[in-house]
Design a protein around this ligand. Sequence first.
Ligand code: GRF
Length: 199
Amino acid sequence: MKFAVLASGYGSNLQAIINAIKKKKIKADLKLVISDKPNAYALKRAQRAGIQTVFINPKGFADRNKFDKEILKYLKQEKIDFVVLAGYMRILGSHFVKKYSNKILNVHPALLPSFKGAHGIRDAYNYGAKVTGVTIHFVNEDVDMGPVMAQESIAITSKDTLETLEKKIHRVEHRLLPKMIDLFARGKLTVKGRKVFTV
Ligand code: GRF
């Protein structure tokens, strides 16, 4: 299976994926890393690992659909089977999501459906939640609402600061996302409605 990662930022999840591939913990081929940000550190990480990178400037496209179509062009070119969003801060349009139905994986830093949106860690912390966590899910047309592949909870203690919580969340993300990518790539997951089963 060939896959692409879409990332907008620091790329620590991308790094975890790259490391897992090197250790043969993901048996799939990462062909392409695409970013909407020219200076995303994720691009540097990919280049360092010898993976093809593409920056696509959203400003060059009249609307989301046209921007998405440009991404799809690269995915088609590389015969990409599935896509992983690893800190990709843009919403994918319905055309894209339909093309890769149940073949787009996302990592969210909270226990969905709680604390959706771009600031899942901070929102859970400020809310005073005692438990938060990490969700790996398929992407559908409703933001942060696709079928859940895996969730892991993390306690928020009175000793936690936002920074310590961020560290805990990232540690779990870096373990759980590669694991779910591998399961998916090996055909071990099936989706029935909202439910994801391991076979
Ligand atoms: C992660 O916390 C992920 O859950 C969220 O964005 C963050 C990306 O971090 N979607 P990084 O770029 O992988 O370091």
